[in-house]
Each structure stands twice: as C-alpha cells, then as structure tokens.
Design a protein around this ligand. Structure first.
Ligand code: ZN
Length: 106
C-alpha cells in the first residue's frame, strides 16, 4: 500500500472537514446572536442548530480519528489492526482511510 498516498488522502479529508466545522461554528454563533421575532422561525432555527451541533460533534470525532491514523502512519502501525494486530487490508483502508480496526474487530 502507498502510505504517502494514504497520508495525502487523510490530510485532504482533514482540510475539508476543518472547513466544514469552521462553517458550522459560524452558523451556531450567528444564530445565538440573533433573536427571531417569529416563534415558528425560532423553532425551525433551533432544529437546524441541533443538526449543525450533531454534525460538529461527528466532525470532531472524525478529526481525532484522522489524527490517530496520521500518527499510525508515522509509527508504522497504519496497516495493522489496533486490536488483533492482523493486517487491516488495502481494500478496507481504501474505503475507510482512518479506520484502526480490521473487519473482524469492528
Ligand atoms: Zn482485528
């Protein structure tokens, strides 16, 4: 497996994710400063904020996974399952470049 390629893919995904999180942050902060005069609109806005907050949490978790994967590339453990030590497999890492576990240990 081409680790240089895998690293670049993780870094690209990380950059994209950070951009998305930055936009979600701005969205939440912008909403907090506004007070909608219309109750119905407020309900809709609150619902959107919850979605954005959920996406933000998910994004943070994924960022951590990406960082761990990058560390694993540096330490030479990237292609080994973190639980059983077997090879994760190139196909699986191609589909989920930040995964730490082989298909049997998920
Ligand atoms: Zn395993």
């Amino acid at each position: 497996m081409n680790l240089q390629h895998a690293r670049q893919r993780l870094l690209d995904t990380r950059t994209e994710l950070e951009g998305r999180l930055e936009r979600a942050h701005k969205h939440i902060r912008g909403r907090e400063e506004e007070v909608s005069p219309n109750f119905h609109e407020q309900v809709v806005e609150t619902g959107n904020d919850q979605v954005v907050q959920f996406l933000e949490q998910e994004g943070q978790q994924q960022l951590q996974q990406i960082d761990r994967a990058l560390q694993r590339i540096d330490s030479g453990d990237y292609e080994r399952c973190n639980k059983c030590g077997e090879a994760i497999g190139e196909q699986r890492l191609g589909a989920l470049p930040w995964t730490e576990f082989c298909i049997n240990c998920v």
